[in-house]
Design a protein around this ligand. Structure first.
Ligand code: URA
Length: 436
């Protein structure tokens, strides 16, 4: 196998055999194919796409780049949830403890920030001491002890995705249903789960901007999981505006604690309850979705979900003090309010700009080796349909360095489209459900 031949074949819209794909992924994982060749191949895939057979071969090659876990000896259904990524999308931090508090086992392997979207691992690491690099034995011990463990891809589990994910983040090669499917499913199938709930984001802050693309990705993900014997559902949910009121790693942990404590923004809380309900339903813990929603809400109201989060944080070495006092989380030194230039209503939000503003402030990576600043982020004051006065803040940037503040300011200001007329369409939270 010569990497350059596979790059050229994909560039020219050719189809690769399963063996080609298998050899390329294995060679890249070993370090025998350099990042520059892999980047070129990824870009060719983004441009030319992949057949269903190629996607299946890529998922399989990435899955078997590491170990596939077997938790069949562990009592209780193993169920996980994964999002395709958005701005302010912190649902994993809330749903994982809800599901574990309700008796499911949640062996969650997550990713870091990707493109303009945030990632669960970066958020968790803003809790002082929280270790997302557990060994396999530690992962198993935490899962057995409290029903949930949250880690990243490792050298042992989904190592191909570990490398490819970091590369795609900084090479503009995220937006491909084939690459997203193989990335997500190689991690999730390695977890040894019985069922998976997928949150496929659609809209201005998602990788999939329209229903056709989102539904195609959802179908692909569901089909891939079902082929491997997993119970699957995909919810296509709205990302035309940030989820909740905060984006940025430590700020999102604080907002997740608010929801786990019975408060927090209504949209975030509602989506978490919906997704957790699907986990309980697929995990056969409840007979209906309504029962699952009630169970999820009860687990929050009784404080059990919050206590489960405390257990997870403690077992993974984090400072549990942040749960009682989120001000212990790192905070940015400065703030800048972005104000409306006119009276009117928020007609739409270019949500990707807000995600990029977070990256520019240091909350995400532009180069693989960049260190992120967990304290920075954005607080959102206005949502689609809200009235706004001239000079009123639409959002507040939390920052530590002025170096790229103007750029972040322009991106944030340009994200809000204000019109004199009130818009007559307010985005719904869940657009479609696929796979049941
Ligand atoms: N989540 C993943 O794990 N991978 C992607 O490519 C996109 C979202």
């Amino acid at each position: 196998m010569r990497a350059v031949d596979l790059i050229r074949r994909k560039r020219d819209s050719g189809e690769l055999s399963s063996q080609d794909i298998q050899e390329l992924i294995a060679a890249y994982t070993r370090g025998d194919v350099p990042d520059y060749q892999m980047s070129a191949w990824l870009m060719a895939v983004v441009q030319r796409g992949m057949s269903r057979q190629e996607v299946a071969a890529l998922t399989d090659a990435m899955l078997h780049s590491g170990r596939v876990l077997d938790f069949s000896g562990l009592s209780g259904r193993k169920v996980d949830k994964h999002s395709t990524g958005g701005v302010g999308d912190k649902t994993s931090l809330i749903i994982a403890p809800i599901a574990a508090a309700g008796g499911l086992k949640v062996p969650m392997i997550s990713g870091r920030g990707l493109g303009h979207t945030g990632g669960t691992l970066d958020k968790l690491e803003s809790i002082p001491g929280f270790n997302v690099h557990l060994t396999l034995t530690e992962f198993q011990r935490v899962l057995e002890t409290c029903g949930c463990a949250l880690i990243g891809q490792t050298e042992e589990i989904a190592p191909a995705d570990k490398k490819l994910y970091a590369l795609r983040d900084v090479t503009g090669t995220v937006e491909s249903d084939a690459l997203i499917c193989a990335s997500i499913m190689s991690k999730k199938l390695a977890e040894g789960i019985d069922a998976l709930v997928l949150d496929v984001k659609i809209g201005s802050g998602a990788f999939m901007k329209n229903m056709e693309d989102a539904a195609r990705l959802a179908d692909l993900l569901v089909e891939t999981g079902k082929r491997m014997g997993k119970k699957m559902v995909a919810l296509i949910t709205d990302m035309n505006q940030p989820l909740g009121r905060k984006a940025g790693n430590a700020m999102e942990v604080a907002e997740s604690i608010e929801v786990l404590s019975g408060g927090g923004p209504a949209d975030l809380r509602e989506l978490c309850i919906e997704l957790a309900a699907w986990m309980f339903f697929l995990g056969e813990r409840v007979q209906s979705l309504d029962e699952g929603k009630k169970l999820s809400a009860d687990l929050i109201a009784s404080g059990q979900a919050r206590e489960k989060f405390r257990e997870i944080v403690e077992l993974q070495g984090g400072d549990v003090g942040v749960i009682d006092d989120p001000r212990r989380l790192v905070q940015a030194r400065q703030t800048l309010q972005i104000r409306s230039l006119m009276d009117g209503y928020v007609a739409s939000i270019e949500c990707e700009h807000l995600g990029l503003a977070c990256v520019v402030l240091g909350g995400g990576r532009e180069l693989k080796e960049d260190k992120i600043d967990p304290a920075v982020g954005i607080e959102f004051h206005k949502r689609i349909g809200d009235a706004v006065k001239m000079g009123e803040p639409v959002c507040t940037l939390h920052y530590n360095s002025e170096a790229r503040l103007p750029e972040a300011g322009i991106l944030s200001e340009s994200a809000y489209v204000i019109t004199a007329e009130k818009p007559n369409t307010i985005p719904t939270l869940v657009h479609r459900v696929i796979g049941t």
